[in-house]
Design a protein around this ligand. Structure first.
Ligand code: SF4
Length: 218
């Protein structure tokens, strides 16, 4: 990506973020809106929704699940948390904290909330034209692939999807929160290791890693 294209992509993302920050379309959602920085990247990470701490900290995956996820990435990609945040665009199915579910975990965004938040993703996809989507957790995986799939069927391989007008490769990862032990026991542990290998070898991810090392746009 040339320096000029990178600058105009970042400008478009900054304008989108200014609008997104003002969104209060969902009554049950608890603000503030959470998003990452305006990173011009061929790789987009899609999570589910921020947790209770991300709003105050002002960035996605800022708490314990994020610590686990960034440990995975540092080991597999050689990018620490700061480098990953600076080089991969971080989005989510919903951008506000949904509150707690009756069982104690974070509430899953409902269908209307997902639909209301979807146009932000569509606009981000149009601006970024991502080559690779890292889908983290079952809801994000389902939204990118368009179908519900057991984690064992989709983690550990590269998938293809048409997502918001873009033909993208998809690497699916389990959610790193402690709510599910899937990635800690077999076959989840081995499939997660395979998925991180697949991610590290993907051409778009390799470009991002190489560019981060060289200090140039990917
Ligand atoms: S979840 Fe999305 S659509 Fe709903 S208020 Fe937050 S930013 Fe707006």
């Amino acid at each position: 990506m040339s320096v000029l294209v990178e600058a105009s992509t970042r400008r478009a993302l900054r304008m989108l973020h200014a609008e997104l920050d003002a969104c209060s379309a969902c009554e049950r959602m608890k603000g503030p809106v959470v998003h990452g920085p305006p990173v011009a990247s061929p790789v987009l990470l899609l999570g589910q929704a921020p947790g209770p701490h991300e709003g105050a900290l002002g960035r996605p995956f800022a708490w314990t699940a994020g610590r686990t996820m960034f440990r995975w990435f540092e080991a597999a990609l050689g990018l620490d948390e700061a480098a990953f945040r600076a080089r991969v665009y971080m989005a989510a199915v919903a951008r506000c904290f949904p509150g707690k579910a009756s069982g104690g975990g974070d509430r899953r965004p409902d269908a209307q909330e997902i639909a209301r938040c979807e146009p932000w993703l569509a606009r981000e996809a149009r601006i970024l034209q991502p080559e690779l989507v890292i889908a983290v957790g079952t809801l994000a995986i389902e939204r990118v692939l368009g179908v519900k799939s057991p984690l064992a069927d989709v983690v550990g391989t590269t998938l293809r999807a048409r997502w918001h007008g873009c033909d993208v490769d998809v690497v699916a990862l389990p959610h790193p929160s402690g709510a599910s032990p899937w990635h800690k026991v077999e076959p989840g542990r081995a499939l997660l290791a395979r998925a991180l290998d697949v991610l590290a070898g993907h051409p778009a991810m390799r470009r991002v890693i190489d560019a981060a090392r060289a200090g140039v746009p990917a």
